[in-house]
Write a protein that binds this ligand. Sequence first.
Ligand SMILES: Nc1ncnc2c1ncn2[C@@H]1O[C@H](COP(=O)(O)OP(=O)(O)O)[C@@H](O)[C@H]1O
Ligand SMILES: O=P(O)(O)OC[C@H](O)CO
Length: 497
Amino acid sequence: MTRFVLAIDQGTTSSRAILFDEAMAVVAIAQQEFLQYYPQSGWVEHDPEDIWTSVVETVRAVLRKADVGADQVAAIGIANQRETVVLWDRQTGKPIHNAIVWQDRRTARACEALKAEGVEPLVSEKTGLILDPYFSGTKIAWLLDHVDGARGRAEKGELLAGTIDSFLIWRLSGGRVHATDATNASRTLLFNIVENRWDDALLDVFNVPASLLPTVHDCAADFGETDSALFGHAIAICGVAGDQHAATIGQACFQPGMVKATYGTGCFAVLNTGTDLVRSQNKLLSTIAYRLNGETTYALEGSIFVAGAAVQWLRDGLGLIKTAEESGQLAQEADGDQRVYLVPAFVGLGAPYWDADARGAIFGLTRATGPRELAMAALESVAYQTADLLDAMHRDWSEGETPVLRVDGGMVVSDWTMQRLADLLDAPVDRPVIQETTALGAAWLAASFVGMWPDRDAFAGTWRCDRQFLPAMNAATRSERLDGWRDAVSRTLSRPA
Ligand SMILES: Nc1ncnc2c1ncn2[C@@H]1O[C@H](COP(=O)(O)OP(=O)(O)O)[C@@H](O)[C@H]1O
Ligand SMILES: O=P(O)(O)OC[C@H](O)CO
């Protein structure tokens, strides 16, 4: 009987189920978008029931499309939007509130208060992170303090907490398994990435009871199996990683110095630093790239909150385009001499600025500026932000030049954006043949655990380039544009950098 592996890619705007065969080829894909809730300025929520329904329905749809039975699926790998948290009732599995999404800034004041108490050095030392509302710790505390009775119920052991992977594992396993992997744990502010464990001192700082938290496994491990009633047959869950970590694996960035950037809702550049935990001097994060066979590989990460979301804003906020693809066509026709800069700080700025209070701004408008130039500015903002990240990485990573950038995510189909990225980075940009790298990484974790796919090195040897974009902008233009961007950012920050 032919065997398959199933990847669940639970992203910020949609859930995807992707079925791979034994030869690592994509057999079928199903995708479902779900609603985003913006209850207040800077707040972003998801209904966990929407996420759950979209996951179950896409899995059923992909099996139907491929005419494959659940009994033919050897294993499931899960990749998920990170940092987003859910608190749910241990008995009923019902969430006590909407999920607070990674982009949500509601805990900015709480982070400032903790900084004023002087705990940031301790937190950074243990977690590799920055005290920012982006991460899960203060979001969990917010839920405990703002949902009626939640803290009392948590202390009595009635509630469970988790990132989206944990919530899905709990539901998929019929309420039997409360687990996560080391990469997701490393984004919570509660996990000590040096000692690889939940840290009591951090639980104290964020006032989170240990009983809420899941067991932490390697990325390729036994995470239980799905309730057989869900898909007609139980399927083993054997791979879990945060989506950016899964993409790092899917891009085969296994060697120190290799770097990938994923362009979805946000953009996340991840540089493999090997088994050494490198501390950034330039406001990048130190994080767990992946943990396999008990060995932790670390990474430096630059996180940008708005990448494809700027294109969504052109479409849904301004109504300038009907589809995301039109952004590239408009940018192509734009007057390239206009220096219009969009700083898309819709939910503050992430790395390397970390300014939760900044809000978006547009500079350089003239009477001649129209939709084309705004589209160009939106797409260019993604390239400029990446340039900021790679610049910080170059300064932190002393092991020589970082090699070419491997890119993936929904935006990389835009040739115009990828060319502008190479131009502004002054470095080659490689787009792989398989652009579902997040799903591929999750599938590899699961498939290698059950011995179905090749080991790490052989898997890395299967990576293929679809197109390489080479820089073609002259140095003077590049430097003038980057100066303009930095000036625009400095005028957008809520406080001096
Ligand atoms: N042709 C395109 N040009 C520019 N942006 C695009 C294009 N196609 C999709 N996008 C953007 O890519 C994002 C979706 O990518 P995806 O990887 O699915 O995101 P996520 O995992 O965060 O939900 C959207 O924000 C969308 O605006
Ligand atoms: O949903 P994505 O692909 O934008 O990824 C979200 C990140 O995991 C947030 O840290």
